[in-house]
Write a new protein. Sequence first.
Length: 136
Amino acid sequence: MAYWLVKSEPFKYSWDQFVKDKQTFWDGVRNYQARNNLKAMQKGDEVFFYHSNEGLAIVGIAKVAKEHYQDPTTEDPNWVVVDLKPVKAFKKPVTLAEMKAEPALSNLALIRQGRLSVCPVTEAEWHTIMEMGNMQ
DNA sequence: GCCAACGTTGGC
DNA sequence: GCCAACGTTGGC
C-alpha cells in the first residue's frame, strides 16, 4: 500500500465534481516524473486530492480504482491515466501554509517540488496530514 | 498579473 | 552532450 498526492485546479476539475462523478480517470499528466508516479500506483493505494491555484489545500481522499492504462485523450503511448474514486472529504482542509509550517512535513514532495502534479507521500507524512485534518 | 522554479527543446 | 531559450506551472 502506497500513498500519493494529486493536484487539480478547481476550475478544471474540483473535488465537488469528483464526488458527483463517483469516479474519474486522471488525465492531463504530461510530465515524465508525474507519469512514472501514475504508473507506480496500485489498486487500493490512497491518494490526497489537492486543490492548486485556488484553495491551496488538500480537500479529500481518493483511492486508486484501476491501475494505469493508455490515456484515452491522446494517441501518444507515452501517457497514461489511472482511475480514481472519492473516499471522503476532509472536515477541515489542510492548507499548504499549514503543511509548510509543520516540521514533520519539511520533506513533502509537494513542498520541495511544487510543480509536480502527481507526487508520492510517505506513510509518516500521510498520518501527519490526517491528524492535521482531524481525520484520525 | 508577476515571477520563480523547473522541464523540454533545439542549436552547436 | 552541453547550455541557452523558451514554455508551463503554481504560489503569492
